[in-house]
Every structure is written in structure tokens, then in C-alpha cells.
Write a protein that binds this ligand. Structure first.
Ligand SMILES: Cc1cc2nc3c(=O)[nH]c(=O)nc-3n(C[C@H](O)[C@H](O)[C@H](O)COP(=O)(O)OP(=O)(O)OC[C@H]3O[C@@H](n4cnc5c(N)ncnc54)[C@H](O)[C@@H]3O)c2cc1C
Length: 692
């Protein structure tokens, strides 16, 4: 059967209902004998479909991967390379590290001339490029920079109005006004609406009074607070005196600029109590502190008043009608920090994968009898540990680039659909990517054996510093629930007929496919061309998400009757988290496939296709039980997927060196002797480091 006459899955499903049983049987048999080999949106497989090694040029692939702001990243790398005194040593005490981190930041801004604040609003893609590069040099520095510019600076610019920008912009940008972002309290982290700090308006003096009403409301974990901060954006419940009544109205959580240290003397200001959160598991270059406010008075103008304002006579006005809407708008403006973390987490994964893979190519252990030892990356088990990880790194690269571009577009247009889309996408990618990177860092350490345990080879600090990425800027488990909630909202409100936000639009079609049951014929196809067809891969991912979505909706409906909505949600929680992850994996795959189509160089395209196939088939295989349970995949096909995923790991291994070289990370950034670009230098530098 020629490809022109081959029906695709959708056509097959459309016809199924109208057919006579005999016709159906004949059609099934004929398809079984002649499975279609091409589909409408099939990517040209090129060299990939053959069993020859893909010929990839790291330089060309790298120029495709490099963002348009690579130049600023190179400036960051070059600056720190030229200042060995500013590089973080392997052993350093907490207090020294904090001072070094401060000097690194000052050097970057005042000496290297990199001024990030303008980009936070006007060119976020450039800002994220800076954050990623700085985080690659030192993660504490990346976070300190993020606290200053995304959190403190971002809150002033995004939640405040022109008067705040005019007053604070220059000081924040040049680091004179070092600041904090004080949201979390001892008793409330994820549940921001539960915070208890209050800001009461005093109409007599035209001031707000900031108060910590009990120990549970002490602001906790606040970056820059323990040592360096002069100001804090403090999140507190705004309390307004009611007219003619001796009572206060709670207007919900608002943000206020509160000076915490004297600008000249750096002494803690009256009414403010600051303590140090102390030594942490990682990120010890950042000075996290705890803040208590004893009726600290600030002028009325210090309310960041974009979404709600108080007039001189104590009247409240807001462009938004309810407390919930104002709260959502306030948190929505802070999504940039989450976007930056997702993007930077991929940067960390690139470093770890680069070190582990270069070392695995160099390291030799055992071999066939009387023959030279082989590289540890030649072991199937090592490939299994590292090649799907390398594939995921590529997949996440394209997905997070897509996210930062969408975020930049959102900042320009303020389009409502885009705001909702970026909110869910950033929550999903931040949680998925940071969890994956955290697990991978341990795998990389273990994959490098004992030498992976030497601090000089970086896995320890990368793992410790990155670990908290899973928690701050929104705990991953909590964020995934927001994604699941959004999916269900789309499903319930808009699935039949209404508009579905871009990121979810695939669900409409795949839900129809899901509801019409898996196709028993395609469930058996096991040819390589079919398994490597992006249509098969995407259909499989989408099918799984649709199935999880449909079943979650049914279960929630059922349990709500007896447990109420909160109880039902909790009863289905693991199911909902799986649904969110499945959706994010689908979005990541879609982006990878699109990125391959856009790649101008044929060899790079072939390499990326190979990597993408490994990413997709490895994930399908990881969840093969789900596909088998519903006969989406027959036993023969499951076996073929497993075999092909292993084979693709082997193929990717053959170009692994070029694939990590294409990340374009100089040795002075990876900084691990065992991960040197030139393998000849690795052992030499390592032995030298130990003192030989
Ligand atoms: C190094 C560091 C720096 C920080 N910097 C700042 C800063 O500068 N400014 C600031 O304001 N904050 C900062 N934070 C605080 C950080 O944002 C919070 O730790 C984070 O929001 C999580 O809150 P929590 O620690 O209270 O965890 P909790 O919310 O108590 O979560 C604890 C556990 O409970 C689970 N859990 C909670 N709710 C649910 C739920 N609904 N469903 C299922 N599971 C749930 C979570 O998954 C988690 O495993 C920082 C924290 C650290 C450690």
C-alpha cells in the first residue's frame, strides 16, 4: 500500500462506526500486513532512520541551541574567568561565602557593567539568559541576583506604580538599595493567603503600621535579610479602619516597601528585629534571615499600589473587584521567578550531564578477556542512566526556551489567555524540570563512582544548591496541583465548544480519540518507522493525558458527593499529580518536535530527531503498564518499544560527546577536573589538585 493511500489513525477511527464486521476485519488484516509508514506531520527521519552513526557537528548544533543573548552570557563567563579571586573555592565558611557572593554580585554589576533590572520588564529573555549564566558560575550568586532583581526589584516594578519605579529603580539596579522579598512566615509557606503579618492604616499620621502579631508570623527564610538587605517588600494583610465603627476591615494580602536597615550606617531600624536563619544544606552564599516587625511605621506611599490603593482619607480603590482576584493578580505578577528557576535548572542539568558524560567516555573499567578495557559509557547500564537524561536535557532546553519566549510575549501584550497559559506552563515546567534535575544530580554523582564524590568534581555542591529549587518559588507538589486544577477547569468549562488555551488545545482531539477506545490494529504496529513517527509518539502521550483527565474528572465527581470537594481532591491527589506530569511531558514533547522542524541544519536535525525519539520512547516504556492495561499497546509492540529505546540509547551514546559539547560550557564554568573538554587533561588536573 502506498503512503498516499494509507489511512491515518484519525481516519481509521472515523470509519470504524460505519463499517460492516467483515469489511472491518478485512481492513484490519490489510493494515496489519501493511502498516502505514508515513503520516502527514511526520518529520523527515533522514540519517536517523538508518542504522548508521549520525554525523553531527557540535558547533552547528550549538549555534542552533544558543539563544540570541549568548553574547551577554559570554560576558558573564569571561568576567569571572578574568577574576579568579571572585571564584568560589571548594571549602568556604558560611560568613566568608556570603561576603564573597556579595562581592561577586557587585563586581558583575559595577565592574562588568551588567545591569539586569531594565531587562526584568523590557527584555525578560535577556534577563533569564543572565540569570542562567550567573547561576552556572555559582548557584548562590544566581539566587542572590534573583532575590535582588526578580523578587525585590520585580515586586517594586510589577506591583508598584510609576512613583515607585522613579524612586527605587536606580538604587536597586546599582545595588545601593539591596532588598528582600518577605512573603513566607514561620507558620505559612505554600499557603500564602494564610500569612498573618498585618499592615494597619493610620489615617491620623497617613502611615501604615507593620506588625508581626505572633511568632508564627515572623517572616522566615528571607533572602538578603540576614546581612545585606536595606529594604524588604513585605507581604501583609491590609487592615483599614471602618468609618464610624471601632473595627478594621481585612482587604487581603498586599505588598509594602519596608526599610529594614539604615541606608548610611546599615544599622537595623527601630522596631525591626532580624535574625539569621543560619547554615543551610546548600546556597550558603545567600544570607537568609528572619524578620519581626514591632509596629513599624511606613508612609502610605510605600504600599505597592498597582492592584489596590488607599487614599489619604482611608478609602480603598482597586481595578479588581474581589480579594481573590487581587490576590491572583499579585501572585500572577511574580511568576517570573518561577520561569527563571525552570530555565536555570536546565542550565544546572546541562553542567551535570556534561561532567558525567565526559567522564564516562574517558573512564575505562574491565573489558573482554585479553583485550583493552572499555569506556564505562559502553556499558548498557551506564547508557541507561545517562542517555535518557541527556535526551531530557535537550527536551527541557527547548521547552523552557518556549516558556521564556511566551513569558516575554505576555509581558508585552498582557493578553489574558497568555497570562493563564504562562501561569500553568511555568508551574508545570518549574516543578517537573527541577524535580528531574534534582534526581539526576544524584544519578550523575553515582555514575561517576568515587571520583563523583570528590567535592572538586562539583556534584555535591550542585546537588545541595539545586535541591531547594524544588521548594521555593512554589513547592513542586503544590504547583503540580495548580496544573491539574487548570486542566480540569479547561475540561469542565470549555471542552465542548469553547476556546481552549493554546497549551491545552490538543486535548479536544485526543479526548475524542481516547473516548473511541484504542485502535486494535495500530496497537500491534511495531515497525521502527512507526515507533519513530512523531505522530505515534504524540498520540500516545496525548492519549495518556486524556485518559488520566477523563478518569480524574469522573473520580472527583464521584467522591465529591460523599467527601466534599476538598476531601475528594485529596482522595484523588496522586492521580491528579500524575495527570499534571503527563500533561507537562506532552507539552515538552510537542515543543521538542517543533524545535526539530525549525532547525536549519540537516545533520543537527537528524541528531535532534534521534535524541527526541529516545526521549519519547523511553517515557512510553517507563509507563508501559498504563498503555498495556488499556491495550493501547499490544505485547509485541511493548517489546519493540523497549528494544528500540535501548538501541536509541546506544545510538545517542555514539554522539554523546558532540551533544554535550554543543551545550558550549567552557571548562572554567563546568569547573570539574573529570569533566574537562579535552579528556587528556582530566586525570592530570585531578592529580594536580590533590597535590601530585
Ligand atoms: C533557601 C531558601 C530560600 C528562601 N527564600 C525565600 C525568600 O527570599 N522569600 C520568601 O518569602 N520565602 C523564601 N523561602 C521560602 C519558600 O518559598 C518556602 O519554603 C516555600 O514556599 C514552601 O513553603 P514551606 O517551606 O512552608 O513548605 P510547606 O508549605 O509547609 O510544605 C511542606 C510539605 O508539605 C507539602 N504540602 C503543602 N501543602 C500541600 C498541599 N496542598 N498538598 C499536598 N502537599 C502539600 C509540600 O509538598 C511539602 O512537601 C525560601 C526558602 C528556602 C529554604
Amino acid at each position: 500500500m502506498s503512503s498516499a493511500t494509507t489511512p491515518n489513525t484519525k481516519e481509521l477511527n472515523n470509519h470504524v462506526d460505519d463499517e460492516q464486521p467483515t469489511t472491518r476485519r478485512i481492513r484490519h488484516l490489510s493494515l496489519h500486513l501493511n502498516p502505514p509508514s508515513t503520516h502527514n506531520n511526520q518529520i523527515e527521519l533522514g540519517a536517523c532512520s538508518s542504522r548508521a552513526k549520525v554525523d553531527v557537528n557540535a558547533g552547528q548544533l550549538s549555534s542552533y541551541l544558543r539563544g540570541k543573548h549568548r553574547d551577554v552570557q559570554e560576558r558573564v563567563f569571561a568576567y569571572f574567568n578574568s577574576r579568579p579571586d571572585l571564584q568560589t573555592p571548594i571549602e568556604i565558611l558560611k560568613d566568608d561565602y556570603r561576603e564573597l557572593c556579595m562581592r561577586q554580585l557587585v563586581g558583575l554589576v559595577r565592574e562588568a557593567g551588567i545591569r539586569p533590572l531594565g531587562y526584568v520588564v523590557e527584555d525578560p529573555v535577556k534577563y533569564f539568559a543572565i540569570i542562567e549564566a550567573v547561576g552556572s558560575v555559582d548557584m548562590s550568586l544566581g539566587i542572590k541576583l534573583g532575590v535582588q532583581y526578580s523578587l525585590w526589584g520585580g515586586s517594586v516594578l510589577n506591583l508598584g506604580t510609576k512613583k515607585h519605579r522613579d524612586k527605587y529603580f536606580e538604587g536597586i539596579d546599582n545595588l545601593e538599595y539591596l532588598g528582600c522579598f518577605a512573603m513566607t512566615e514561620l507558620h505559612h509557606g505554600s499557603n500564602v493567603q494564610g500569612i498573618q503579618t498585618i499592615a494597619t492604616f493610620d489615617p491620623v499620621t497617613d502611615e501604615f503600621i507593620i506588625t508581626t502579631p505572633n511568632d508564627g508570623a515572623i517572616k522566615w527564610w528571607i533572602g538578603n535579610a540576614a546581612v545585606h538587605g536595606k529594604f524588604a517588600t513585605v507581604f501583609a494583610k491590609l487592615m483599614l479602619p471602618e468609618h464610624d465603627k471601632n473595627a478594621l476591615s481585612d482587604m487581603g494580602v498586599h505588598a509594602f516597601i519596608v526599610p529594614i536597615r539604615d541606608l548610611k550606617t546599615h544599622k537595623t531600624l527601630p522596631g525591626v528585629e532580624i535574625n539569621d536563619c543560619g547554615h543551610k544544606v546548600g546556597l550558603n552564599g545567600v544570607d537568609n534571615g528572619a524578620l519581626r516587625f514591632r509596629d513599624v511605621r511606613i508612609p502610605r506611599e510605600n504600599l505597592l499600589n498597582r492592584f489596590g490603593d488607599v487614599s489619604r482619607d482611608g478609602k480603598y480603590t482597586s481595578p479588581l473587584p474581589t480579594i481573590n482576584k487581587r490576590f491572583a493578580a499579585t501572585l500572577g505578577e511574580l511568576v517570573g521567578g518561577r520561569v527563571g528557576l525552570a530555565y536555570s535548572s536546565v542550565g544546572v542539568l546541562k553542567i551535570a550531564a556534561t561532567i558525567a558524560i565526559r567522564y564516562s567516555l574517558l573512564r575505562q573499567q574491565f573489558g573482554p578477556p585479553k583485550q583493552p578495557e572499555i569506556s564505562i559509557l559502553d556499558y548498557q547500564s551506564q547508557q541507561h542512566k545517562l542517555m535518557p537524561m541527556l535526551a531530557s536535557t535537550y527536551a527541557f532546553h527547548f521547552a523552557t526556551v518556549h516558556l521564556i519566549e511566551k513569558y516575554a510575549q505576555m509581558k508585552k501584550t498582557h493578553d489574558e489567555q497568555l497570562v493563564a497559559d504562562v501561569h500553568a506552563l511555568s508551574a508545570g515546567l518549574k516543578s517537573y524540570v527541577t524535580s528531574y534535575t534534582a534526581k539526576s544530580l544524584s544519578i550523575c554523582r553515582e555514575a561517576c563512582g568515587g571520583h563523583g564524590y570528590a567535592a572538586v568534581n562539583r556534584f555535591g555542591s550542585l546537588r545541595n544548591d539545586h535541591d531547594i529549587f524544588q521548594t521555593f518559588e512554589g513547592d513542586n507538589t503544590v504547583l503540580l496541583q495548580q496544573v491539574a486544577g487548570d486542566l480540569l477547569k479547561q475540561y469542565q468549562e470549555k471542552f465542548r465548544g469553547g476556546t481552549i488555551a493554546a497549551t491545552w488545545s490538543y486535548l479536544r482531539e485526543s479526548m475524542n480519540t481516547y473516548l473511541s477506545q484504542p485502535n486494535p490494529v495500530t496497537a500491534r504496529w511495531e515497525g521502527e518507522d512507526h515507533l519513530r513517527d512523531p505522530k505515534f509518539q504524540l498520540d500516545a502521550f496525548r492519549y495518556r493525558t486524556s485518559r488520566l483527565l477523563q478518569s480524574a474528572a469522573v473520580r472527583l465527581r464521584k467522591h465529591t458527593k460523599t467527601l466534599g470537594s476538598f476531601g475528594a481532591w485529596n482522595r484523588c491527589l496522586n492521580h491528579l499529580l500524575t495527570l499534571a506530569e503527563s500533561h507537562i511531558e506532552t507539552v515538552i514533547l510537542e515543543n521538542f518536535i517543533e524545535a526539530i522542524k525549525r532547525c536549519p541544519d540537516a545533520n543537527s536535525r537528524a541528531a535532534l530527531k534521534l535524541v527526541c525519539d529516545l526521549y519519547a520512547l523511553n517515557l512510553i516504556w517507563s509507563d508501559i503498564g498504563t498503555y498495556r492495561n488499556v491495550d493501547y499497546v499490544a505485547p509485541n509492540k511493548a517489546k519493540a518499544i523497549h528494544k528500540l529505546a535501548d538501541y536509541l540509547s546506544f545510538q545517542v551514546k555514539n554522539i554523546a560527546k558532540e551533544l554535550v559539547d554543543a551545550f558550549d560550557l567552557p571548562d572554567h564554568v563546568t569547573r570539574a577536573p573529570i569533566g574537562k573538554q579535552s579528556p587528556g587533561e582530566a586525570y592530570a588536573e585531578y592529580t594536580q589538585f590533590v597535590g601530585f
